[in-house]
Design a protein around this ligand. Structure first.
Ligand code: PLP
Length: 385
C-alpha cells in the first residue's frame, strides 16, 4: 500500500492551522478578540474558559509553528524574551546551564541580571568548540543553550554533536533558531530537545509584531509550557498571533529570496577593498562552511562585516538610504545595525572584546528589495568610510 507523502514545508506553512473557518468559510484565520467565553451552565463550555489559558487564534498559530519545526507543540509568548524566560522557568534554583558565549545580548542580560538572583548558575563557552562544551558540563547541568549561527559573529555550533554531549549527561539541548528559521534549519531533527525563536524576526517577517515560541519534542514540555502560559501569563495576543499566521504563509518564498540576496551581498562585501572581514556561513572562506552545508539547507541573509573603526561604522550608518538603521532583523526591509552600541551594548565592552565584537562591526539583515538597490546603497555608504 502506498504511504501518503507528507506535505512540503510551504504547503504546511499555508495550510496547517490555517484551515478555513468552520463557521463562515473565511480563508484567513479569524482574530478571536475576546477575554472570556460564554458558559452554557456551570462546568459546560465549548472548550474555552478564559483567554490567558486558551484562544482559538493562538491555538491555530501554535499548531502551525509546531508543524514547521517538526515538534509536537509550539506554545507562543509575548516576545522572544518572554519565551526564553518561560523556558528557564522549567528549571529550579541550583540548576546549571551551559550557554553559548555569543548569544543575543538580551539573553545573557536575563540570565545574569535576573535569573542568577534566583539561584540559577550559568557557564558561557564557545559552543563551536565541542571540548569546551564537554568541559563545562557539571553534575547539576540541566540545559545546554545554543544559538547557531551566533549573533552577530555568525559562528556555528554542531547541533547533533552537542545534543549527544547533553544527552549523555542527562541534560537537554535548546537551540535558538531565530536566524535560520525552520525553513533552513531543523534542530529537533538533529537531536535538540526544544527550539526557541523570536518570532519578531523571520517568522513574522514584516517588522510589525513581537512574539516568541518554544517548539517542544516531548509531551511533558508541552504540558509544562501550557501551565506556564496559564500561571505566568506572558501569552501572545490574538492580533499578534494573526500577524504571524499571515507572515508564515510567505516564509518559504521570503527565505529563498533572503538567501539569494544574502549570498550576493556577502560576496560583494568580501571583495570590497574597504571591508576588512565578512562573517557569513555561505562564504567558502567561513571556517565552518562545511558544517553550514551539513546542518542548514541555506545560508540566510544575516551578515556581519568589519569597517575598521567606530568612526567608519558611524559614517556608513549615517549614509545608508535603502538599508534602514534599526535594531532587529528578518524583515522584508534591509535592516542594518551596530552590535556594539545596539544589540550587544548590554554585555559591556569587556564582554564584547572577549568574543570579538569590535566597534567597527556592522550587522546587516538583507531584505528582499531589488538587489541592485541594496548593492548601490552599500556602495555609496562604503565610499564615505
Ligand atoms: C537570536 C535572538 N533571540 C532572541 C531575541 C529576543 O526576541 P524579542 O526581541 O522578540 O524579545 C532576539 C532579539 O533580537 C534575537 O535576535
Amino acid at each position: 500500500m502506498a504511504t501518503k507523502k507528507p506535505a512540503g514545508f510551504a504547503t504546511r506553512a499555508i495550510h496547517v492551522g490555517q484551515e478555513a473557518d468552520p463557521l463562515t468559510g473565511a480563508v484567513s484565520v479569524p482574530i478571536y478578540a475576546t477575554s472570556t467565553y460564554l458558559q452554557e451552565e456551570l462546568g459546560k463550555n465549548k472548550g474555552y474558559e478564559y483567554a490567558r489559558v486558551s484562544n482559538p487564534t493562538r491555538e491555530r498559530l501554535e499548531r502551525n509553528l509546531a508543524a514547521l519545526e517538526g515538534g509536537i507543540a509550539a506554545p507562543v509568548f509575548a516576545s522572544g524574551m518572554a519565551a526564553i524566560n518561560a523556558l528557564c522557568a522549567m528549571y529550579k534554583s541550583g540548576d546549571h546551564f551551559v550557554c553559548g558565549n555569543n548569544l543575543y545580548g538580551g539573553t545573557p542580560r536575563l540570565f545574569n541580571q535576573v535569573l542568577s538572583n534566583y539561584g540559577f548558575e550559568f557557564t558561557y563557552v564557545d559552543t563551536s568548540d565541542l571540548d569546551a562544551v564537554e568541559r563545562a558540563m557539571r553534575k547539576n547541568t540541566r540545559l545546554v543553550y545554543v544559538e547557531t549561527p551566533t549573533n552577530p559573529l555568525m559562528a556555528l555550533s554542531d547541533i547533533r554533536a552537542i545534543a549527544g554531549i547533553a544527552h549523555r549527561r542527562k541534560a537537554e539541548l535548546v537551540i535558538d533558531n531565530t536566524f535560520m528559521s525552520p525553513y533552513f534549519q531543523q534542530p529537533l531533527a538533529l537531536g535538540a530537545d526544544m527550539v526557541v525563536h523570536s518570532t519578531t524576526k523571520f517568522l513574522n517577517g514584516h517588522s510589525d509584531g513581537l512574539g516568541g515560541v518554544i517548539a517542544c519534542s516531548k509531551p511533558e514540555q508541552a504540558e509544562r509550557f501550557a501551565f506556564l502560559q496559564k500561571a505566568a501569563g506572558a501569552i501572545l495576543s490574538p492580533f499578534e498571533c494573526w500577524l504571524i499566521l499571515r507572515g508564515v504563509k510567505t516564509l518559504a518564498v521570503r527565505m529563498e529570496q533572503h538567501d539569494r540576496s544574502g549570498r550576493i551581498v556577502a560576496d560583494y562585501l568580501s571583495k570590497h577593498k574597504k571591508v576588512r572581514a565578512v562573517f557569513y556561513p555561505g562564504l567558502p572562506s567561513h571556517p565552518q562552511y562545511k558544517l553550514a552545508r551539513q546542518q542548514m539547507t541555506g545560508f540566510g541573509s544575516m551578515i556581519s562585516f568589519e569597517t575598521g573603526s567606530l568612526g567608519n561604522a558611524r559614517k556608513l550608518l549615517k549614509k545608508v538610504r535603502v538599508c534602514s538603521l534599526a535594531e532587529s532583523l528578518g524583515g522584508v526591509e534591509t535592516l542594518i545595525s551596530h552590535p556594539a552600541t545596539m544589540t550587544h551594548a548590554a554585555i559591556g565592552e569587556k564582554g564584547r572584546r572577549a568574543i570579538g565584537i569590535t566597534d567597527g562591526m556592522v550587522r546587516i539583515s538583507v531584505g528582499i528589495e531589488d538587489i541592485d538597490d541594496i548593492l548601490d546603497d552599500l556602495d555609496q555608504a562604503l565610499a564615505a568610510t
